[in-house]
Design a protein around this ligand. Structure first.
Ligand code: ASP
Length: 326
C-alpha cells in the first residue's frame, strides 16, 4: 500500500474515532431491534421479551422484538451479521448458533468472527413431550412405540440447527431409529400443532412446555438434563428412562454485529446484567423451569469463550450423526 493511501486511511480512522465515541455516549438515542431467529410465541421469543423489557427500562429506550424465523435460526442470525454495527440491531440466540457452524455446509456468516458477544442469559432444560392422546405412558414405552412405528411417528422441530432439531437428532441416535421430522419457523407453532394432535412428538425448552405439561395438554416423557427439575420434580430424566448419557440444555446469549463499539457493548451488557437480577425476570424464569445465569457468566468474555467451546463440543457429535444442511 502506498504511503499516501496509508496516510489517508489513518486520517479517516482518526476522524471517525471521536464520532464513534460520541455516538456511544448518547447511545441509545432511538429504539433498538432485538432479532429473535424463531417464530413469536416460542421459548426463545419468551426469554427475549422478558429480558428485553427489563433492559429497555435500564437503557431508557424501547427494545422492539422482531421475529425472523426460518432455516433453524440461521436466517435471523444472518440478518444481524449484515446489520450496521451500531448497537441498534441485536440478536437473542441459543445453542443453535453454535451447532449451526457444523450443521450447515454453506452458512452465509461466520459464527465466531461475524459477531461480538454481549453476555450469556440463561440455560434452559428441554423436555421430550408427546400429544395428549399418544399411547405410551412413559419413556420406556415410548422408545418401544417409536421403534415399532418408525417413520409413521411425526416429530416437529424448528428446522435444522434448532435446539429441537438437536434434541430429536440425539433421541433418534440414542434409540437407533429415524422418525419423520416436520420443520416449523419456531417451536411456538410446533407446540400448537402438538396440542392440536397434528404431530406426535416435540422436544423443547421448558420455557415453552411447562405450562402445557401442567395444564395436561401434552404428555411429558422426560427432561433432558442430568438432574430432575425443581419445577416438575415428578418428571424423570431421560437418563433415568434408560437413554444413557442423554444430556442437553439450551443456553441463550445476546450478540451484536462484528465491529460494534466496545462502549456500546458495555452499555448493553450492563443492562443485561441488571435484567438478570430483576425480581420479575427471576420469578418468571422460575415459573418456566429456569433461572438467569450468574453475573460472572453474563459477560462478553465468558460468552465468547463459551460459544467457541460449544462449537468445538458439538462438531464431532454432529459429524458422527452425519446430519447436514445446505
Ligand atoms: N425452541 C426452538 C428450537 O427448537 C426455537 C424457538 O422457537 O424458540 O430451537
Amino acid at each position: 500500500m502506498s504511503f499516501w493511501k496509508k496516510a489517508a486511511i489513518s486520517a479517516f480512522a482518526l476522524a471517525a474515532l471521536p464520532l464513534a465515541s460520541a455516538n456511544a455516549q448518547t447511545y441509545p438515542s432511538r429504539p433498538i431491534t432485538m432479532v429473535v431467529p424463531f417464530a413469536a410465541g416460542g421459548p426463545t421469543d419468551t426469554v427475549a421479551r422478558l429480558v428485553s423489557e427489563s433492559m429497555s427500562r435500564t437503557l431508557g429506550q424501547q427494545i422492539v422484538v422482531e421475529n425472523v424465523g426460518g432455516a433453524g435460526g440461521t436466517r435471523g442470525a444472518g440478518q444481524v451479521a449484515k446489520a450496521a454495527p451500531d448497537g441498534y440491531t441485536i440478536l437473542m440466540h441459543h445453542i443453535g448458533h453454535a451447532t449451526a457452524a457444523s450443521l450447515y455446509r454453506k452458512l452465509p456468516y461466520n459464527v465466531l468472527t461475524d459477531f461480538e458477544t454481549v453476555g450469556l442469559v440463561t440455560d434452559v432444560p428441554m423436555t421430550l413431550i408427546g400429544k395428549s392422546g399418544l399411547e405410551p405412558k412413559n419413556i420406556t414405552e415410548l422408545v418401544a412405540y417409536v421403534k415399532d412405528k418408525k417413520d409413521a411417528v411425526i416429530y416437529g422441530n424448528a428446522g435444522v440447527g434448532s435446539a429441537s432439531h438437536l434434541c430429536g437428532m440425539l433421541f433418534m441416535s440414542a434409540i437407533g431409529t429415524q422418525v419423520t421430522t416436520v420443520p416449523y419457523q419456531g417451536t411456538g407453532p410446533a407446540m400448537n400443532d402438538l396440542v392440536g394432535g397434528q404431530i406426535d412428538l416435540l422436544c423443547d425448552q421448558t420455557t415453552n412446555t411447562t405450562g402445557q405439561i401442567k395444564a395436561g395438554k401434552v404428555k411429558a416423557y422426560g427432561v433432558t438434563t442430568a438432574n430432575r427439575l425443581k419445577s416438575m420434580p415428578d418428571l424423570p430424566t431421560l437418563q433415568e428412562g434408560g437413554l444413557k448419557d442423554f444430556q442437553v440444555a439450551v443456553w441463550h446469549g445476546i450478540y451484536v454485529p462484528k465491529g460494534t463499539p466496545a462502549d456500546v457493548i458495555a452499555k448493553l451488557n450492563a443492562a443485561l446484567k441488571t435484567a438478570l437480577q430483576d425480581p420479575k425476570v427471576i420469578s418468571r424464569f422460575a415459573d418456566l423451569g429456569t433461572e438467569p445465569v450468574s453475573q460472572d457468566r453474563a459477560t462478553p468474555e465468558v460468552h465468547k469463550a463459551f460459544v467457541a467451546a460449544e462449537v468445538a463440543k458439538w462438531k464431532p457429535i454432529i459429524e458422527a450423526a452425519g446430519v447436514y444442511a445446505d
